[in-house]
Design a protein around this ligand. Structure first.
Ligand SMILES: [Zn+2]
Ligand SMILES: [Zn+2]
Length: 488
C-alpha cells in the first residue's frame, strides 16, 4: 500500500510522529508521499524525506496559500526538482470553498506550477474544492500530452471524473468514501482500477471506523477495503493495483519482489474454482484489469545500421576467415499486433544496401558499381517483461525471409532467397498521446541465414588462391522503430 497523500509534517503529529510512521510501515504501508502546502513548511517536509527511506514528497503551494507563492518560492521548488525524494509538484489547485486567496491569484499560481511540472517532467498533485469548472478549463488548456498527475480526495461528479480521465489524470480517494452519507460509490465504481490510487489526507478525512479521531497513514487500508467492496474484487487486488499505479505515476523505486507478487496476483484470464471459508465451492472469475496503455494494432518506420558478418571457408585451399561490412544504412516498416498484454507480434520489412562493400570496389578488380541489396521480411514475437511500465523490456525471436541481390565477389550477379531466423532484445517507451500510443522501440537484433552460399572469390589479397569459398552470413542490426497505435 502507498499512502499517496498524507500531511505527516503537520503539527498534529509533533507528539508521536516517529511512532505514527512506524505504525504505518507495520500495517504494510510501503511508502508515504507528503504534498507540501506552503513555503514556510518546505524544509520540514524535506527533512522527513531525508529521515525516512520510504517517505517522498511533492513540492508546491496549496491554493489556500496562493498569496505566498512568489519568485523565491518558485526558485526553491525548482532547486528541489533534481532531488530523488521529490516526486511531484503539489499540492496545487483551486479551492473556492474557503476562498483564502482571491480566485485570480489561485488560478495564476496554479498555472505557474503546472508549467513547472511540464518543464521538469513531474506529475502534479491537484486539490479541487468547489472549483470544478475552472479546474477542468485550466487542465484542458495546459494538457499538451505531457502533463500527468492525480486529482486527490476526489469528490466531484461523474462528468468531472470523465473529463479528468480523458485528460489522462489519476484519481485518488480518501476517507470520505467510507462515510455513511457518502454519495461517491458510483464515482468509485466508474473509476477504472488502472487509474485509482489511495490516500489518507492525514491528519484530516479520517475513515470509518476511526472517524472523529486524528487520521494517519496506517488507516489507508480502510480506503483500499472500501474500494474493493465497491468494485467487488479482493482487497489484495486493490492494494496491488493502487500500489502499481502510484509507483508508476510518481516514479517510485520498484522492488523486484513486489513486481513478482504483482504478476502472480494478476492471472490474465483466470477462471478457477476456489473454496471459501465455509468450505462451499464458489466460482471466482477474476475481472480483467484495464491496461494503462492501449496497444492493439500499431505501425511505423524503422531505421538501423546493419553490419554484415561473413565467415569464409575455402573449398580449394586450407583457408578460413571472417570479414564484415559495417554501418550499412537500413530502412523498414513494421505492423505490430498485441494479442496479449505481454506479447507483441511484429511483421515487417527491412531493406539494406551494402554501401560498405562498394567503398572497396576499386580494390577488387571488376566489382560492379551497384551495392548488394538485402531485403528481409520478418515475423518476430516480443515477450515483454513489464508491459505496464513506462519503459518496458523485452526479448524477441522469430523467422526471416531474406531475399539477396548479390553482385558477388566473383563479379557475377546472383539472386538468392532463403528462410532464416532472428533473435534480439531491447526496450520500448510507452508514451500516451491524444492520438493514441506512441512507442519508440530500441532493439538489437541478430539475423541468421540458414543456407550458405558458394562463390568463386577474386584472386586478390588477402584471398590469393582461395578459389571457391563457402560463405555463411549473419547480420547485426541495432534498430530504432517508432510504432503508433491509434485509438480504436
Ligand atoms: Zn487537498
Ligand atoms: Zn492535502
Amino acid at each position: 500500500m502507498i499512502d499517496t497523500h498524507a500531511h505527516i509534517d503537520a503539527d498534529a503529529f509533533d507528539e508521536d510522529r516517529d511512532e505514527m510512521i512506524q505504525r504505518a510501515f507495520d500495517q504494510g504501508v510501503e511508502a508515504i508521499i507528503i504534498p507540501a502546502i506552503e513555503p514556510k513548511r518546505f524544509e520540514g517536509v524535506l527533512s522527513l524525506c531525508t529521515k525516512y527511506d520510504a517517505v517522498y514528497c511533492g513540492m508546491g503551494v496549496h491554493p489556500h496559500n496562493a498569496n505566498d507563492f512568489d519568485n523565491q518560492a518558485e526558485t526553491f521548488i525548482i532547486n528541489q526538482m533534481s532531488s530523488p525524494k521529490v516526486k511531484a509538484i503539489g499540492e496545487i489547485g483551486l479551492d473556492y470553498y474557503y476562498d483564502f486567496a482571491p480566485k485570480d491569484i489561485q488560478k495564476q499560481v496554479f498555472r505557474r506550477q503546472l508549467h513547472l511540472a511540464k518543464e521538469f517532467g513531474k506529475p502534479v498533485i491537484i486539490h479541487n474544492r468547489e472549483s470544478d469548472a475552472d479546474l477542468i478549463t485550466i487542465l484542458k488548456d495546459e494538457q499538451n500530452g505531457e502533463l500527468t498527475g492525480v486529482l486527490h480526495c476526489f469528490s466531484s461528479n461523474i462528468n468531472i471524473l470523465q473529463s479528468a480521465l480523458d485528460l489522462n489524470f489519476h484519481i485518488s480517494f480518501t476517507g470520505n468514501i467510507t462515510y455513511k452519507k457518502s454519495i461517491l460509490d458510483e464515482i468509485v465504481k466508474a473509476t477504472p482500477l488502472s487509474r485509482i490510487m489511495i490516500e489518507t489526507d492525514s491528519p484530516y478525512m479520517t475513515p470509518v471506523p476511526h472517524r472523529g479521531k486524528r487520521n494517519e497513514p496506517s488507516f489507508v487500508q480502510y480506503i483500499a477495503q472500501k474500494i474493493a467492496d465497491i468494485h467487488q474484487v479482493s482487497v489484495e487486488e486493490i492494494i496491488t493495483m493502487t500500489t502499481h499505479n502510484a509507483k508508476s505515476l510518481f516514479g517510485l523505486p520498484i522492488l523486484l519482489i513486489g513486481f513478482l507478487i504483482g504478476l502472480t496476483a494478476f492471472p490474465m484470464y483466470a477462471q478457477d474454482e476456489q473454496e471459501d471459508e465455509r468450505g462451499e465451492e464458489i466460482e471466482v472469475v477474476a475481472p480483467q484489469k484495464p491496461f494503462p496503455y492501449s496497444r492493439f494494432i500499431g505501425f511505423g518506420p524503422s531505421v538501423a545500421t546493419n553490419t554484415i558478418v561473413e565467415t569464409l571457408t575455402s573449398l580449394d585451399a586450407n583457408q578460413r576467415g571472417t570479414r564484415s561490412w559495417d554501418g550499412n544504412p537500413a530502412f523498414g516498416l513494421s505492423i505490430a499486433y498485441n494479442p496479449l498484454e505481454f506479447l507483441m507480434v511484429d511483421l515487417g520489412l527491412m531493406n539494406t544496401r551494402n554501401n560498405a562493400k562498394l567503398k572497396n570496389a576499386d580494390k577488387v578488380p571488376g566489382t560492379p558499381t551497384d551495392p548488394d541489396v538485402y531485403t528481409v521480411a520478418h515475423l518476430t514475437a516480443r515477450a515483454i517483461a513489464n508491459p505496464r511500465g513506462k519503459v518496458s523490456f523485452f526479448l524477441s525471436g522469430g523467422l526471416n525471409y531474406l531475399s539477396k541481390r548479390v553482385y558477388a565477389t566473383n563479379v557475377e550477379f546472383t539472386d538468392d532467397s532463403q528462410l532464416g531466423f532472428n533473435a534480439g532484445a531491447g526496450f520500448m517507451v510507452n508514451i500516451p498521446t491524444e492520438y493514441g500510443m506512441l512507442i519508440p522501440i530500441a532493439e538489437w537484433r541478430l539475423d541468421f541465414e540458414t543456407k550458405n552460399n558458394v562463390t568463386r572469390i577474386p584472386n586478390v589479397s588477402p584471398y590469393n588462391s582461395w578459389g571457391n569459398v563457402e560463405i555463411s552470413t549473419f547480420y547485426s542490426l541495432p534498430k530504432l522503430t517508432i510504432l503508433w497505435y491509434p485509438k480504436f
